[in-house]
Design a protein around this ligand. Structure first.
Ligand code: ATP
Ligand code: MG
Length: 435
């Protein structure tokens, strides 16, 4: 193939209109109308429609392309043109083609497939347009998350994934033998270590995979998911809610700005995302409980909200809603009690709109050694395992707070997906650990 033409990626075609270029990729789809053929080619950076006129190419080129199976790898040469009708869309007037690998018949065809089949072929399904778009939004979110905290001078300090016995009770943890030291557990949250790191650096964030061995087979739960957990010394609940609100606005704003094409592929309605602008509504747990009662939900005061409750509460608002001051009894041992009402905790959850449920859980932490020791006893947690954590209350204890946002759950909401399984590159669920 002539090397006069420059090898470019599809994403950069707009800078090469009128030029002859080379594109390397895979055949995504093809349709033909006798004298014309429209092979769609993807190269990872994007998707382009090629145009081939039978009269303009060698018979061999025409015949090769015509019988080429979907997903065959190929190199094509042609001239970049602007789409005659769609602004910002480019086409490639193909004049030469070289096949790098002729694919075997590809299992994922344009017809409908069942979800089990698709998940079972996740290693190939990732190539499909929708899945491609979701992973690109995921990438943009990850990048926005890091930029948000880095710009605010937070230091990223990750917590260990292998942790020793009993950090929040072990019932929902995956365990593994650990040499001569007994058992280790896969971390379900980096927070406790995050608190220690915050005492060293002031404002930090943990960003890594977390694991839950809960048997919840829902459209919101994975057994392995990523969580970003900022933790800040000298922050109280109010400051933490402000930060969380700013954070969500930033991440959604970034996706709206940089992922227009992806959101179009996903047919995502934009209005609900454009609404995600501060301030968010804030209501107490008590008020949320009263609201559920008014709406006739079967909800008992004092319980945690179930998925339908969260959906019902969120439906009252057109942006994420912050619910704060949950009863202390249903929250973790490390959350500080409200000094004005010790039955309540200085906690907050943020519920996404459109029925996506809780995307953030956060709180001000208990900073008194005495109170925290008492909480450990009440929760039947072994004090020895927490001595290091109690040290943070022995040596320069300060008010501090933080939250955790689930990457995949938030991504499912931003992309408007029905199920969380499409948000992880290789999702891990109770009934699925392959491929
Ligand atoms: P839920 O009640 O929805 O199961 P949780 O209260 O147990 O969640 P937290 O421990 O507060 O969750 O975790 C913080 C965030 O991590 C949640 O707000 C959510 O975004 C995300 N998250 C929690 N569990 C899962 C899971 N199994 N799969 C995906 N994301 C999750
Ligand atoms: Mg929670």
């Amino acid at each position: 193939m002539s090397k006069m033409a420059e090898y470019i990626s599809i994403a950069h075609m707009k800078d090469h209109v009128g030029e002859e270029v080379i594109i390397k990729g895979w055949l995504y789809n093809s349709r033909s109308s006798g004298k014309l053929m429209f092979p769609e080619i993807r190269d990872g950076s994007g998707l382009v429609q090629g145009v081939v006129f039978k009269k303009d190419v060698d018979e061999e080129v025409w015949d090769t392309l015509k019988s080429l199976p979907q997903e065959s790898a190929l190199e094509v040469k042609g001239i970049v043109t602007s789409h005659p009708k769609k602004e910002g869309v480019f086409e490639l007037q193909i004049n030469a083609i070289e096949v790098m690998h002729e694919s075997e018949p590809y299992p994922i065809t344009p017809k409908e497939h069942g979800i089990d089949f698709l998940i079972g072929h996740r290693h190939l399904w990732l190539r499909s347009k929708r899945q491609w778009a979701i992973m690109r939004v995921r990438h943009q979110m990850i990048s926005a998350i890091q930029d948000f905290f880095n710009k605010r001078e937070f230091i990223r300090i990750d917590s260990p994934i292998l942790t020793p016995a009993a950090c929040e009770g072990t019932t929902t943890l995956f365990e593994t033998p650990y040499f001569d030291l007994g058992k280790a557990y896969l971390s379900q949250s980096g927070q406790l270590y995050g608190e220690a790191s915050a005492m060293a650096h002031g404002k930090i964030y943990v960003f890594g995979p977390t694991f839950r061995a809960e048997k919840s087979k829902t459209r919101r739960h994975l057994t392995e998911f990523w969580m970003v957990e900022p933790e800040m010394a000298f922050y109280d609940l109010e400051m933490t809610m402000n930060l969380a609100e700013e954070f969500i606005e930033y991440v959604v704003g970034r996706v709206l700005e940089f992922c227009k094409d992806e959101l179009t592929i996903l047919e995502r309605e934009l209005k609900p995302l454009e609404n995600v602008v501060r301030p968010f509504p804030r209501i107490t747990y008590d008020k949320a409980a009263a609201l559920l009662k008014e709406k006739g939900a079967e909800f008992d005061y004092g319980n945690d909200f179930g998925a339908p409750d969260e959906t019902a509460i969120a439906a009252e608002f057109n942006k994420p809603v912050i619910v704060h001051h949950f009863p202390a009894d249903i929250k973790a041992f490390y959350m500080k009690r409200d000094p004005e009402n010790p039955n309540l905790s200085l906690s907050m959850d943020i519920l996404a709109p459109e029925g996506y449920g809780e995307i953030i859980g956060g709180a001000q932490r208990e900073d008194s050694l005495d109170h925290l020791t008492k909480r450990l006893e009440e929760h039947h947690l072994p004090k020895e395992s927490f001595e290091w954590y109690l040290d943070l209350r022995r040596y320069g204890s300060v008010p501090h707070a933080g939250f955790g946002l689930g990457l995949e759950r938030t991504l499912a909401w931003i992309c408007g997906l029905e199920h969380i399984r499409e948000t992880a590159p290789y999702p891990r669920m109770i009934y699925r650990i392959t491929p």
